[in-house]
Design a protein around this ligand. Structure first.
Ligand code: HEC
Length: 152
């Protein structure tokens, strides 16, 4: 009995969530506390010597915030064409040193996929909605196999 209604609630919550991001931005705000020692995001956010500002991260070429002194590794990743999106953020945040070897972010990584989903959903709120939408345009919608002609 309890179990069945619990599943019902979960299904409803899934339906009510906008299709764009897999994560929960509110939970992501809490996860972001781990990043806040070094990064700012939101109104009046700016880069500090400890980390580049994370506003407009989606669609930004890696290592390109003006005035922030990146490592050679991060600058090179951008020169080689890495543009931050959901996929790159997932890989980088799971294992910063593994994904961009010799980059300067002294952070062990977020091992839980859910934490990564959530913090990325949080960061998406401070990026250009058009860039976020474009990033997710290739995503498979949950529970449907092809929705490709629904693009606006
Ligand atoms: C100990 C400080 C520190 C912590 C904690 C930290 N970062 Fe970073 N982060 C950095 C630094 C420094 C760089 C620049 C790395 C370089 O130049 O090699 C960076 C780079 C990045 C970049 C690439 C930015 C760009 O402009 O290309 C992203 C995205 C990022 N961090 C996200 C996060 C997130 C999300 C978290 C929390 C889950 C986090 N970071 C935690 C210090 C930190």
């Amino acid at each position: 009995m309890f179990k069945r209604s619990f599943i019902g609630v979960v299904a409803l919550a899934a339906l009510a969530t906008p299709a764009l991001a897999a994560g929960d931005a509110d939970k992501g705000e809490k996860v972001f506390k781990k990043c806040q020692a070094c990064h700012q995001v939101g109104d009046d956010a700016r880069s500090t010597p400890t980390g580049p500002v994370l506003n407009d991260i989606i669609g930004r070429t890696a290592g390109t915030v003006e005035g922030f002194k990146y490592s050679a590794a991060m600058t090179e990743a951008g020169e080689e064409g890495m543009v931050w999106n959901d996929e790159h953020l997932h890989e980088y945040l799971a294992d910063p040193k593994g994904y961009v070897p010799k980059n300067r972010m002294a952070f062990a990584g977020l091992k839980k996929e859910e934490d990564r989903d959530d913090v990325i959903a949080y960061l998406e709120q401070f990026s250009d909605p058009a860039a976020v939408k474009a990033d997710h345009s290739g995503d498979e919608p949950d529970g449907a196999d092809d929705n490709s002609d629904s693009e606006e």
